[in-house]
Design a protein around this ligand. Structure first.
Ligand code: GTP
Ligand code: MG
Length: 641
């Protein structure tokens, strides 16, 4: 069933047989006294928000069938949010007509999927000295839209304001979505929602709410402190009524759910609704769009990263769910983290982030996975942070967990990037060893890989992997994305070109391999700001002469690129990744890198000629010192603030 979203005002309609006291009830509420002679139909009344218990403007509408056509009454039902069907407790036939006439009439005038809450009101209790409530349960059972029943008297003013207050509550805190009257139990959806809430509030993840955790929960939901004596009473009620509700003097999830069941059975739905709303639920017990998706814009040229607060939250989450404290999330632990989310947001962790040999996530792998999701699917990150309770614990929107980097062109102008996550495109012909490079980055290159398993798709749909590298002592994340070239004339899409650093890969043993990337370099990168590193793979195989007008070394020298890096998975050369990350972090220092390579070349000649000069070391030392200088200045100015 779908429930209407929360209205800005509450429109209460009074229906029922003639003479049951509808008009008298309205006038008694407004004038706080009973008048014998009332008009057949009261004018519509608006009660301002500040004088209603729920602080919402409330309209009260009277119906008089002697004065209105059934069509007009039907229209009023359509406009109302809640319907009070009044009967007179001293006239049985007015009660009988509720089930035989009024409830079906109300249903006929509501859209199929939307049932409005109904309150059954037994008026004129001053005339009898017994209760008729017991005669009403059958009706309430047959019609689930009956939210509650109340007995009152317009004459003695007994329960009159309560009746209207209950009507307000039925709209603002409806019972149907959260409680099944048939089963006398919370609905499954409500139990699921409360379980998620319990898990978020269980800060240490031991499956119990201790006094401290309950106090935080209470303060965040209701803005009032919880007296210890009250907490003890609550715990003893749970202990007495439900087996396994209390363990080690703490509340279990079973106890927590029981407590809410009790609130609702005592007519205190608003308590449960306050909790549910605080955790983002709407009237249908779905998380609202605005709760899940923080409005975060990523301007062109900027990227999204996790902020310090985001990282802190996720680190704590990892530690909370790593129950065996082995520094890994095994499949059960991982499933537990996301048990209250629609699904585990990722698959194929094994080839995407650092894992242990069984494919379990380490803390580093966990943070990398979130970093990657934040970069490529910010909306999903926002939603999952919400599912996992970021907003509640940090008391702020997910925006706080995200950092939007400054524009890339500012980085380039300042010759330094303040980003922490860099994207590297690994571009090369099929089978040239791109996947091996990516796996080597994750430290799993030695594992057997099915040929092409990772090309454009199947085993790793995002076609990318992520790990961290230290750049001048600072930890940076580097995302490698594979871009295969099927034909030598392949053209790249703009999104395949745009990155922080490009790694152009050829196979040193395949004579046609270099031509692919040479063409790509000239066409897409030669004129761009994007630093490029050329990598020759399969360095342990026989080097073939490349069938291209320039050999790789000469090509690099001509275009002022760092000499080809020869890569061999058996050696697990991590320095290639450090170079890539450093080039991404200091895009304008390409020149320094070239200098470095040329000088190394020179050094080679120098050592051949027996001259052992170290001037080039000083050269690169200056470049490195400049970079370090920038970092130090930043750190110092940050500390001084
Ligand atoms: P219609 O407008 O004809 O549909 O009737 P109504 O439901 O508006 O009833 P109305 O308020 O006109 O009341 C009908 C009669 O019941 C009046 O004589 C009231 O004085 C009397 N009455 C209303 N409420 C009470 C009550 O709580 N106790 C007693 N004893 N009499 C009541
Ligand atoms: Mg009337």
């Amino acid at each position: 069933m779908v429930y209407e979203s929360l209205p800005r005002n509450v429109r209460i309609l009074l229906l029922g047989e003639p003479g049951v006291g509808k008009t008298s009830l309205i006038l008694s509420l407004v004038t706080e006294e009973f008048t014998e002679h009332v008009p057949p139909k009261a004018e519509e009344i608006t009660i301002p928000a500040d004088v209603t218990p729920e602080q919402v403007p409330t309209n009260i509408v009277d119906v008089c069938v002697a004065e209105q056509s059934l069509e007009q009454v039907g229209e009023e039902i359509e406009k109302a949010h809640v319907i009070c069907i009044v009967f007179s407790v001293d006239r049985q036939e007015t009660l009988s007509k509720i089930a035989s006439y009024w409830l079906p009439f109300v249903r006929d005038n509501c859209p199929d999927h939307l049932r409005k809450p109904v309150i059954l009101v037994g008026n004129k209790i001053d005339l009898i000295d017994y209760s008729v409530i017991d005669n009403i349960w059958d009706i309430a059972e047959e019609y689930p839209e009956v939210d509650r029943c109340i007995e009152c008297s317009a004459k003695t003013l007994t329960n009159v304001s309560e009746m209207f207050y209950n009507a307000q509550k039925a709209v603002l805190h409806p019972i149907c979505p959260i409680y099944s009257i048939d089963e006398q139990e919370l609905t499954e959806k409500c139990k699921r929602a409360l379980t998620r809430i319990f898990k978020i509030c269980d800060l240490d993840g031991d499956g119990l709410l201790d006094d401290y955790e309950v106090t935080i929960f209470q303060r965040k939901c209701f803005d009032t402190p919880l007296q210890l004596q009250v907490l003890d009473e609550v715990k003893s009620v749970i202990a007495q009524n439900i087996a396994g509700g209390i363990e080690n003097d703490c509340i279990t999830v079973k106890g927590f759910i029981f407590l809410h069941c009790l609130f609702i059975q005592r007519g205190r739905n608003e308590t449960t609704w306050t909790v549910l709303r605080k955790f983002g639920y709407d009237e249908s017990l779905e998380l609202t769009h605005s709760y899940l998706y923080a409005n975060i814009k990523v301007p062109v040229g900027c990227t999204s990263e996790l902020s310090y607060k985001g990282q802190q939250f996720l680190t704590q989450l990892f530690e909370k769910y790593d129950r065996d404290k082995d520094g890994m999330l095994n499949p059960t632990e991982l499933k537990n983290v996301f048990s209250c989310c629609p699904r585990i947001p990722w698959h194929n962790l094994r080839y995407t982030v650092p894992t242990n040999e069984k494919g379990y996530l380490t803390l580093q792998g966990w943070m990398c996975r979130w970093t990657l999701m934040t970069l490529i699917d910010l909306q999903n990150t926002s939603a999952y942070l919400a599912y996992l309770g970021f907003n509640f614990l940090e008391n702020e929107s997910q925006k706080v967990a995200i950092h939007i980097t400054r524009e890339k062109k500012v980085d380039i102008a300042k010759k330094q990037s303040s980003r922490n996550v860099y994207q590297c495109h690994v571009i090369g012909p099929r089978s040239c060893g791109k996947t091996s490079i990516c796996r080597s980055f994750l430290g799993i290159a030695h594992k057997k890989i099915k040929p092409h398993a990772n090309e454009r798709g199947d085993s790793n749909p995002e076609n990318c992997c992520i790990n961290t590298v230290a750049v001048y002592g600072q930890e940076k994340s580097l995302v490698l994305r594979e871009i295969p070239l099927a034909r030598v004339s392949d053209s790249l899409q703009p999104h395949e070109v745009t990155c922080d650093v490009a790694c152009l890969v050829y196979d040193v043993g395949a004579s046609r391999s270099f031509e692919y990337i040479a063409r790509v370099y000239i066409k897409y990168f030669a004129e761009s700001h994007i630093p490029v590193l050329i990598v020759g793979t399969k360095g342990d195989s026989l080097v073939a002469r490349q069938e291209y007008m320039l050999q790789p070394e000469v090509f690099c020298a001509k275009y002022q690129l760092l000499a080809p890096q020869i890569f061999n998975i058996r050696e697990n050369k991590h320095d290639v990744f450090v170079k890539l990350a450093t080039m991404a972090a200091f895009p304008q220092f390409q020149a320094a890198w070239i200098l470095f390579s040329k000088q190394r070349h020179l050094k080679h000649f120098a050592s051949l000629s027996g001259e052992n000069s170290s001037w080039w070391k000083a050269g690169i030392g200056v470049a490195a010192a400049t970079m370090m200088g920038l970092l130090l200045i930043k750190i110092f100015s940050f500390q001084r603030r």
